[in-house]
Design a protein around this ligand. Structure first.
Ligand code: HEC
Length: 200
């Protein structure tokens, strides 16, 4: 069964009949057999020709299919995926596009981030400790959402304010910035820190 299949696929000449297909030349004892091309290989070859013809006709004559078109379509799909991802991960939010989030969920998330990451230096009430008071109008780096976003994102490493880009997602930065501006700013907590860098 197996042998028969191999015979159909290769049409090889049995060893005992090799002399029938032996060619008459010889180089340093190396001789050549004139075997037929194996049918499995020949059929693959025919199939590639057939596919080649289909490509040729469709690309060059029918024109309903081209690499340029395929490229444009794939790029459109990829762009849609990227946009979707950026929207979901908040990756398209930056210091220029940031807005104050006023919904309870965002502010709640912002509070969580603040209490966990920022309160050690800015106090849970934002009154300031190692870092400046975030509740007053004296902003070193500007107090609108764009500036606050930027300060949190890039930090002020030489003054001890960490860079949060990479540790917090853009969405989280926007949320914590909103929490500062909506909930902490203007609250007048007791004993606020008179931070040396604060503008007079
Ligand atoms: C290790 C201490 C530390 C931590 C943690 C920290 N900060 Fe700061 N932060 C500072 C210091 C110090 C400054 C003042 C930088 C300067 O003098 O320019 C500052 C400045 C700021 C400012 C600018 C204030 C202004 O007047 O312009 C904002 C906004 C701010 N931090 C928000 C945050 C947020 C949000 C977090 C948490 C994600 C955070 N900080 C975590 C130390 C810290």
């Amino acid at each position: 069964m197996w042998k028969k299949l191999m015979q159909i696929l290769t049409k090889s000449t049995p060893i005992e009949n090799e002399k029938d297909v032996m060619l008459d030349h010889e180089y340093d004892g190396i001789r050549e057999l004139d075997n037929v091309l194996p049918p499995w290989w020949l059929w693959l070859f025919y199939i590639t020709i057939f596919i080649g013809v289909i490509y040729y006709v469709r690309y060059h004559f029918v024109g309903d299919w081209s690499s340029a078109k395929e490229y444009t379509e794939e790029m459109a799909v990829a762009k849609a995926n990227v946009d979707k991802y950026l929207k979901e991960s908040g990756g398209d939010i930056n210091e220029n596009t940031a807005v104050i989030m006023n919904d309870a969920k965002a502010l709640e998330n912002g509070k969580k981030t603040f209490d966990k990451e920022c309160a050690v230096c800015h106090r849970p009430d934002g009154g300031g400790l190692i870092g400046p008071n975030l509740t007053d109008d004296k902003w070193i780096h500007g107090g609108d959402i764009h500036n606050v976003f930027k300060t949190i994102k890039l930090g002020v490493p030489e003054k001890g304010m960490l860079t949060w880009e990479g540790k917090l997602s853009p969405t989280q930065i926007q949320e914590v910035a909103s929490y500062i501006l909506v909930k902490l700013h203007g609250t007048n907590p007791p004993n606020p820190k008179d931070y040396p860098g604060d503008p007079k």
